[in-house]
Design a protein around this ligand. Structure first.
Ligand code: PLP
Length: 393
């Protein structure tokens, strides 16, 4: 007999992956151009030139036996130093490489950070809708995910988060720019959250950790997101280069602790221990070096902005109800019937692959990933028009 939890996790693919695999098969059947696959958040804009330049430089300048060797478990010293220097500029605080841990992307950052802090039964508050894997990582670490609704405009509701705090709350996990809503939390919202967590932590005599999952940090169409280190001291940044540099398949990211966080040494030891226990030591060596050379850079996000403008404008004109995405590359629209899964089945019959919101922890919406070729959006518009027409009959 195998581990039942793991077997069932393996047997139930995520709704997003399920749809993505369906899309691949369907494209083989009826032709790529006839399927409008808005399922997965796989960046379609090429990685910036600095990625190739840095990789080639590594191949030219570093001997193979050094380049491909194991690094320290937490990552290469010079890479951790570069990340700390980058975060220092961004936050205005003096960040230390001693509290930077290189990871295999944001998924690993999340799994490690949650395992490092959670004891059995402790709670993690997350604004809903939320990235579905949060539940898996939290429960695997023995914790309990506590979703708290965002406001109607998908922005953070710091008062609602504060009301959800119990004596078991260990962390609040936020994601801005947000998947699936595209919201970018304002400085005021983040400051209010920081103030609430400071007050709750003080009254309990133990910190509540703020985990800031930031893989879309650079993909922002308005005011850039505030550095989470500047709003609250007990903060960890969970970062990934998957989306900003279009390196999703290379599996590279990091965890960084605020220099102001309590018990930073012990916490960092717990992070190292969690990385070890998950087998997530020594992130890919070549891409540690590449990432360090490209900090703060991003793929051409103007292409995502153009897609956003085209898709949002067209859907709003047709009568779909959705908020303008402020960042990331997702549009979260109201389904045209209460059952989002039923709505997505009707969309699928028109070859539109949309993700129902149920797996993001809310009902009645669909997520539309617009990191696709512009032509895919253009060609899909008649299908969106016909779909809303069905509901108006
Ligand atoms: N967090 C959020 C909000 C995401 O959207 C994703 C991926 O889509 C991840 C984490 C995982 O990213 P990575 O590819 O770096 O593991």
């Amino acid at each position: 007999m195998f581990n039942r939890t793991m077997q069932s996790l393996g047997e139930t693919r995520s709704a997003i992956r399920e749809l993505y695999e369906y899309g691949r098969a369907r494209k083989r059947e009826i032709g790529e151009e006839n399927v409008f696959d808005f399922s997965i958040g796989n960046p379609n804009v090429p990685a910036p030139a600095c990625v190739e330049e840095a990789a080639l430089r590594c191949f030219r300048e570093i001997s193979p036996e050094t380049l491909h060797a194991y690094t320290s478990a937490a990552g290469l010293d010079e890479v951790r130093r570069a990340v700390a220097a980058h975060l220092s500029v961004r936050s205005g605080l003096e960040c230390s490489e001693r509290f930077v841990y290189m990871t295999c992307g944001a998924s690993a950052s999340l799994a490690i950070a949650l395992s490092a802090i959670l004891n059995a039964g402790e709670e993690v508050i997350v604004p809903a809708p939320y990235f579905p894997e949060y539940r898996i990582f939290t429960e695997q670490a023995g914790g309990k995910l506590v979703p708290v609704p965002v406001k109607r405009d998908f922005h953070l509701d710091p008062d609602a988060v504060a009301r959800a705090v119990t004596e078991k709350t260990k962390a609040v996990l936020v994601n801005s720019p947000n998947n699936p809503t595209g919201a970018v939390y304002t400085q005021e919202e983040m400051r209010a959250l920081g103030a609430a967590l400071r007050e709750k932590s003080a009254s309990r005599g133990a910190p509540i950790w703020l985990l800031a999952d930031e893989p879309y940090r650079e993909i922002c169409y308005g005011v850039p997101p505030v550095s989470p280190f500047t709003v609250y001291e007990n903060t960890m940044i969970l970062y990934s280069f998957s989306k900003s540099l279009s390196l999703a398949g290379e599996r590279i990211g990091y965890i960084a602790l605020s220099p102001q966080c309590a018990n930073a040494e012990a916490l960092f030891s717990a992070i190292c221990g969690a990385g070890r226990s998950h087998g997530y030591v020594c992130a890919p060596a070549l891409f540690q070096r590449v990432a360090a050379s490209c900090l703060g850079r991003s793929a051409d996000i103007e292409r995502y902005r153009a897609n956003r403008d085209l898709l949002y404008g067209a859907l709003a004109d047709m009568g779909y109800r959705c908020a303008v995405p402020e960042g990331a590359f997702y549009l979260f629209a109201e389904a045209l019937e209460p059952d989002a899964e039923a709505f997505c089945r009707r969309a699928q019959a028109r070859e539109l692959l949309l993700v129902p919101s149920d797996s993001f922890g809310v009902k009645g919406y669909v997520r539309i990933s617009y990191c696709v070729a512009r032509e895919t959006i253009e060609r899909s518009l008649p299908a969106f028009r016909a779909l809303i027409g069905e509901y108006r009959k």
